[in-house]
Ligand binder design. Structure first.
Ligand code: MN
Length: 210
């Protein structure tokens, strides 16, 4: 099973002015491509697991041979995270509030959109070093805001992500430099709430095919 970059569902400049075209191009063609390449290299060294779905390997890292476990975790996680990340963004269009079932669940869990955005933004700002902020359905079926270090994905601890934000510096440094808070604020304008609602209702939740 050989992994490839998924098609980007919009042009590099489609998220301007909130996320700039150069960042999108480098992030997709360099960073994401490198995760794909290094994941494939790792799986070539472990043919006994190469045909198992990536999300399954990440849920059961203890079953991945130790020689490639860190590579599968970091580069497999990187591939899964970025494949998901591209789909939960879309060109800015003014309709920046969620609808559907996920809107009801956010209201019920966080007391409204504004408190949810505050909690999520705080989690994203609070990631030390490189990592991700997430809105997940946790093991008990409740919505929760959380974060992960590096390229870890919440499925590694039994949660299902329905929204995620990359706060590695490579995701924002060209435009926002050290202003992670400014990047987070801008990012809300390009969230694809329809995709989040679909993930909430039982879509792939980050699962991807090779
Ligand atoms: Mn990234």
């Amino acid at each position: 099973m050989k992994y490839e970059l998924p098609r980007l569902p919009y042009e590099y400049d489609a998220l301007e002015p909130f996320i700039d075209a150069k960042t999108m191009e480098v992030h997709y063609t360099k960073h994401h491509q490198t995760y794909v390449n290094k994941l494939n290299e790792a799986l070539e060294k472990a043919p006994e697991i190469a045909d198992r779905p990536l999300d399954e390997l990440l849920r059961h890292l203890d079953e991945v041979p130790e020689a490639v476990r860190a590579a599968v975790r970091n580069h497999g996680g990187g591939h899964l995270n970025h494949s998901f990340f591209w789909t939960i963004m879309k060109p800015p269009a003014g309709d920046v509030a969620p609808g559907g079932k996920v809107a009801e669940a956010i209201d019920a869990s966080f007391g409204g959109l504004a408190p949810f955005k505050d909690a999520f933004s705080a989690a994203a700002a609070g990631v030390f070093g490189s990592g991700w902020a997430w809105l997940v359905i946790d093991a008990s079926g409740r919505l929760a805001v959380t974060s992960t270090p590096n390229q870890d994905n919440p499925i590694m601890r039994g949660e299902r992500p329905i929204l995620g934000l990359d706060v590695w510096e490579h995701a924002y440094y060209l435009k926002h430099q050290s202003d992670r808070a400014g990047y987070i604020k801008d990012w809300w304008s390009v969230v694809n709430w329809q995709a989040v609602d679909e993930a909430f209702k039982g879509g792939s939740g980050g699962a991807i095919a090779a």
